[in-house]
Write a protein that binds this ligand. Structure first.
Ligand code: ARG
Length: 585
């Protein structure tokens, strides 16, 4: 099934070539959806942009284009408006035919891409022995949605968890634990992760305040790095403990990741420095090895260095990312690499990418993109905290979402005097609670900060998960009420479009492929949310205006198919956001 906009694009381009010659084969027809249905569905604005190069009036250009434009299968006869807009109105028969194609296809008309890429999505990436915070949660949810969309398109996606599992924090932690809880270094599960995080904080305090402690901690790092068996075992225990805790969160969110932490690249760090040296980019500054960056200056206006080896010989976050980048290109053969972190790391990535590019490690065929996002704030606009002012633990945050959704559900069930089983209450509140958290995050433009509000995300009205899930449930309700098996609907049946709300719904359904394509390029999943929200609204408007079960055949079947197509589109769209649907709620 060819997308409408692509078909129109091809037709206008052919007309441009026929009218003005092959020089115009690559000219952008400047097709946009019209803002007012009075002007049809699409508008081509190319005539305006050609006025200068052709030295003609835009209206005259538009007239010439129309003489060669063949869109009879798709559109009513095109019209010229204003200074030279070409207005295109889709034919009802064409819409019906597109709906049928979408309806008959399991993938709703979206064919897998012709040239699948190897894409690495680097997301989630919490740090061992530290709290997995709401920023990591955001990375996890947005990264998962992006990975799902690319996977659906047929790309070969590697979902990498770049866990912070290496570095000076272990020296400090091991030193401290030797003092206060040595069993944690030799026995699995001797302490709980919550305690581990608390130990980490205490260890950090000691490290900052106590010179002797600092020295011992440094020696611990050296021991660990040199492969000392005892340190290694302690390190593994600590990692496993954190890992299990992270996994609980991933399981609840239904997110899969391949862990490849910073330690994985440790053996490759010396080569990064050596190879940078060979390129001539490396400079020694105050004992540290670094590359002076272009376009980054410090407060005195001097070029800023990116340090890749500290004066004590240690490597850092940037060295690891340089090694990871090379590995992902050379060993993983990736074509596209996406990094999901908060916007605060934008400079880090810009600098790492610059050094890699200047070192010649980044072929033009590979695209690397930092995909930044804003902060999660509490309702007071400040950093999200618990009521008692502590950092929020993710497990508790998810629990609270589920508890609240359970309370809402229980109240509704009681008000409606329904009898529901415990299994039903459990499943619905789990799904709604977790989905609400995911959807609230994904529906925001990721670059802005967003305010975390349980009340807003759980509301049955508005751009929320419950609203979307409810629209799906509504369609299933029709099938139950009318004893309709959607799978048994005559798939060849003609779609009949009559009412305005029916047209609006149909046209919106047909935009699914464009939206998915757009999100796969610019990586803004909120566009998919917006699409689904509008779909639910348009569906509700259609449902209010157009009788379905009461309609006479063949209109009844057509409308039932429209309902089913809406539900399937919601289900697919939500699944790409990592949200499952419910049959009842
Ligand atoms: N562990 C880092 C943090 O918590 C995020 C890592 C992101 N990925 C990367 N390749 N640097 O901030």
């Amino acid at each position: 099934m060819k997308s409408t906009i692509a078909a129109l694009q091809t037709a206008v381009q052919a007309a441009l070539v026929a009218a003005f010659g092959s020089d115009f084969a690559a000219t952008d027809p400047m097709l946009v959806p019209t803002t007012n249905p009075k002007f049809g569905d699409f508008q081509a604005n190319v005539a305006m942009s050609l006025a200068k190069p052709l030295g003609k009036a835009p209206r005259a250009i538009a007239t010439e284009i129309l003489q060669h434009l063949d869109v009879a299968d798709l559109c009513e006869p095109p019209e010229i408006a204003g200074p030279g807009f070409i207005n295109l109105k889709l034919k009802t028969a064409y819409l019906a035919q597109q709906l049928t194609a979408m309806y008959q296809d399991e993938r709703l008309g979206i064919a897998p891409v012709k040239d699948p890429q190897r894409v690495i999505v680097d997301f989630s990436s919490p740090n061992i022995a530290k709290e997995m915070h709401v920023g990591h949660l955001r990375s996890t949810m947005i990264g998962d949605a992006i990975a799902r969309i690319l996977e659906f398109q047929g790309h070969d996606v590697l979902r990498l968890n770049h866990v912070g599992d290496w570095g000076t924090q272990f020296g400090m932690l091991i030193t401290y634990l030797k003092e206060v809880a040595p069993e944690a270094l030799t026995t699995p599960d001797a302490i709980d992760l919550g305690d581990l995080v608390a130990f980490y904080k205490k260890a950090k305090e000691r490290f900052d305040a106590d010179e002797t402690f600092r020295e011992i901690a440094r020696q611990e790092v050296v021991k660990l790095q040199s492969g000392d068996a005892e340190s290694r075992q302690a390190w593994e225990l600590l990692c496993n403990q954190s890992r299990r805790e992270f996994q609980l969160i991933y399981d609840r969110l239904n997110v899969t990741l391949t862990e490849r932490g910073e330690s994985f690249y440790n053996p490759l760090l010396a080569d990064v420095v050596k190879d940078l040296e060979a390129t001539g980019l490396l400079v020694e500054d105050d004992g540290a090895k670094c590359v002076f960056l272009e376009g980054f200056t410090n407060k005195d206006g001097n070029p800023q260095p990116l340090i890749v080896q500290k004066s004590d010989g240690g490597y850092n976050y940037a060295t690891t990312d340089l090694a990871a980048l090379r590995y992902r290109i050379q060993q993983d053969h990736s074509d596209r690499i996406l990094y999901l972190t908060d916007a605060g790391q934008a400079n880090h990535f810009a600098q790492v990418f610059q050094v890699a590019r200047r070192a010649g490690w980044l072929p033009d065929s590979v695209t690397i993109t930092h995909v930044p996002f804003g902060l999660v704030q509490g309702e007071d606009g400040k950093k999200l905290k618990t009521r008692s002012g502590e950092t929020i633990r993710l497990r508790e945050l998810l629990d609270e979402a589920v508890e609240r959704s359970r309370a809402d559900l229980a109240a509704r069930v009681q008000a409606e005097e329904r009898q529901e089983t415990e299994a039903f209450l459990h499943e619905v509140s789990q799904t709604v609670g977790i989905s609400a958290v995911k959807y609230a995050d994904l529906s925001q433009n990721r670059t802005s900060n967003y305010i975390f509000s349980f009340d807003k995300m759980l509301a049955l009205n508005g751009n929320t998960a419950p609203y979307m899930l409810y629209a799906y449930v509504r369609v299933q309700g029709i099938s139950r009420k009318g004893k309709i098996d959607f799978d048994q609907l005559d798939a060849d049946s003609q779609f009949m479009l009559q009412e305005e709300t029916e047209f609006a719904l149909a046209k919106h359904l047909l935009q699914l492929d464009e939206i998915i394509d757009e999100v796969s390029q610019d990586l803004f999943p909120n566009k998919l949310c917006q699409y689904l929200f509008e779909l639910s609204q348009k569906y509700n408007q259609f449902y209010d205006r157009c009788p379905v079960l009461q309609a006479a055949e063949p209109l009844r079947t057509s409308r039932l198919a429209l309902c089913d197509l809406t539900a399937r589109t919601l289900k697919l769209g939500l699944s790409l956001l990592g949200i499952p649907v419910l049959e009842r709620m």
